[in-house]
Design a protein around this ligand. Structure first.
Ligand code: FMN
Length: 328
């Protein structure tokens, strides 16, 4: 089984990829979407979204990072895909799932699912522009308003010669509301041989095993669940092998939180570093109750030093409470 870390704009950037892939279990990442409208983007844009390009297109743990493009014009998408490949992207992923109104209004993301012919045209043009040894993958939802054309979309992607298709098992209209309709992915499995990756609403190892069964999919993509439980990929792989190791405790997660903050301090301007940290704590508190008071303490802090101090206090408090020594 393979597990992919989902692309999440504004949330899973290269520092988050660096941290999460260091914990094991992730086989591939995808960047946040790079918006392609009318022109060939300069190399610096690709390098900003994917600093891993400077290191062979992989995180320090060796996990490849595919570069995701979003746009509606086949030729410009193809030109940008070729440039990304030239810059060393190990794979190109095409986003046909983004539900954002602004994106959809300017002819990108899920709105293209209304016309499977365009999905086909874009994927075909990109496939032709990128060297044969660089995979072109596609990420889609089940449709825009409804699922009526889902199988046409799948056929379009397969006919374009894409290597894999990730299906976020909801329409654009469903937004992010549960449930995810994993059973639709099993329908796609019946009509084509294209490797499929199931995505949506996997929050626990149990969800992952159920999703694999219902979607009839070996491989999965995990998004918000990994932000709530950073060891989820490792736990899912263990569960698939019949093992059930103990999940990380808050005491073990806190050093990761501090490491993430340090990564942000070293990669971004210091005044920006508290923002991704606050955002991650909002996800973490969905699983770790202890993340909530820490978030409350830092949510209004802007001074990076003050945030560092709170993180040190939290580590000291947790150590005192558990009787363990600080590990980071
Ligand atoms: C804040 C946020 C940002 C996202 N950004 C992207 C993106 O840039 N590209 C993309 O293909 N999907 C994006 N997605 C969709 C996720 O990749 C994934 O398909 C979705 O969250 C369902 O998976 P999950 O239930 O495991 O989170 C985003 C989702 C969220 C919540």
């Amino acid at each position: 089984m393979r597990l992919m870390l989902a692309p999440m704009e504004g949330v899973i950037d290269h520092t988050m990829r660096e941290l999460l892939t260091s914990l094991g279990g992730v086989d591939r990442c995808v960047t946040e979407f790079v918006r392609v409208s009318a022109q060939l983007l300069p190399a610096r844009v690709f390098r900003r979204y994917c600093p891993e390009l400077a290191h062979g297109g992989a995180t320090s743990s060796g996990v490849p990072v595919y570069l995701q493009l979003l746009g509606g014009q086949p030729t410009v998408m193809a030109d940008n895909a070729a440039r990304a490949a030239e810059l060393g992207a190990p794979g190109i992923d095409l986003n046909f799932g983004c539900p954002a109104r602004t994106v959809n209004r300017s002819d990108g993301g899920a709105v293209i699912l209304r016309e499977p012919e365009r999905v086909h045209a874009i994927a075909t043009a990109v496939r032709a522009a990128v060297p044969a040894d660089v995979p072109v993958t596609v990420k889609t939802r089940l449709g825009y308003d409804d699922r009526d054309r889902f199988l046409d979309i799948v056929r379009a992607v397969a006919a374009a010669g894409a290597s894999e298709l990730t299906v976020h098992a909801r329409t654009r209209r469903h937004g992010y509301r549960p449930p995810a309709y994993w059973e639709e992915i099993a329908r796609a499995r019946e009509i084509c041989k294209l490797p499929l990756i199931a995505n949506g609403e996997i929050w626990s190892p149990g969800d992952a095993l159920r999703c694999r069964e219902v979607a009839r999919c070996e491989d999965l993509m995990l998004g918000r669940g990994v932000l709530c439980r950073p060891d989820l990929p490792r736990l899912v792989k263990a569960a698939a092998a019949g093992a059930h190791p103990a999940p990380l405790t808050w005491h073990q997660v806190l050093p990761l939180v501090r490491r993430f903050y340090d990564l942000n301090l070293s990669h971004y301007e210091a005044h920006y570093a508290p923002n991704p940290l606050k955002q991650w704590l909002v996800y973490l508190r969905g699983y770790y109750l202890e993340a909530a008071p820490l978030f409350e303490r830092i949510k209004r802090l802007r001074d990076p030093q003050a945030v560092s101090l709170e993180l040190r206090h939290a580590a000291a408090d947790t150590s005192a409470a558990t009787g363990l020594s600080m590990t980071a």
